[in-house]
Design a binder for this molecule. Structure first.
Ligand code: ADE
Length: 224
């Protein structure tokens, strides 16, 4: 899969993909993340990519021309399956959407800044608008990093244990059960006996029961 990201602060996206699982995905050539500086398509030699909002008001708006030129140049290599704009008024991101996006080959993400992007880009070029939650970030970069991470770890061959993403919280609309490692007793707190029993059927039953309980307590909306 290839994910292209257009940003005015590409530095924000250097570290998130340089470590751990995302690094492994890139090293194995399963995921190619390419970050593009929007200024490459600026309207003048000063690197201008934004301008005052028509109608007045505080805050700058990202201009059509640099964004559309970027989209057209990157699309010319191969068409995108989705052109995603990260915005707090978009569809709310969740595991189901991560699963669906992980089945695409080629995604483009546009990170907004300032007051937003000229609405004509949204009307004419963007195919999907996504929010990562009901709060406002100072730009789309962190949202793009969150979505890329959630998608990347689902790609076959990225996680060591092929099946482990299947047991993540949310994959079956249940939160994940608690986990423990050595020692068996820590400051008087013991690991549940069933996990030491070696009885795999019982362990699975216990885990399912715990997952249900956790979901009922913390996120009853997932069961509704
Ligand atoms: N840009 C600013 N806030 C955002 C959010 N909550 N989700 C996605 N993109 C954003």
């Amino acid at each position: 899969m290839t994910i292209d990201i257009i940003s005015v602060i590409p530095e924000l996206l250097e570290s998130p993909f340089g470590h751990s699982i995302m690094k492994r995905a890139r090293d194995k050539n399963i995921l190619d993340v390419r970050v593009h500086h929007l200024r490459k398509w600026a309207v003048n030699e000063y690197g201008q990519v934004d301008d005052y909002a028509f109608g007045g008001g505080a805050g700058m708006v990202m201009m059509c021309e640099p964004l559309v030129k970027a989209i057209e140049e990157l699309s010319a290599e191969a068409p995108f399956d989705e052109i995603i704009f990260l915005t707090p008024d978009g569809e709310r991101f969740n595991q189901g959407l991560a699963n669906r996006l992980s089945m695409k080959n080629r995604l483009l993400m546009i990170c907004g800044h300032y007051k937003g992007i000229d609405d004509r880009v949204r009307q004419g070029w963007v195919t999907r608008e996504i929010s990562i939650g009901d709060y406002v970030l100072s730009g789309g970069e962190l949202a793009a990093a969150v979505i890329t991470d959630a998608i990347g770890r689902l790609l076959p061959g990225v996680l060591n244990d092929e099946t482990s993403a299947l047991f993540d919280s949310f994959q079956d609309n249940l939160l994940a059960p608690p986990v423990y490692t050595r020692p068996v007793e820590f400051r008087g707190m013991k690991v549940p006996d069933v996990l030491l029993s070696g009885d795999h059927r019982k362990i699975e039953e216990w885990r399912h029961e715990q997952a249900l309980q956790r979901t009922e307590q913390r996120r009853p909306d997932l069961l509704a």
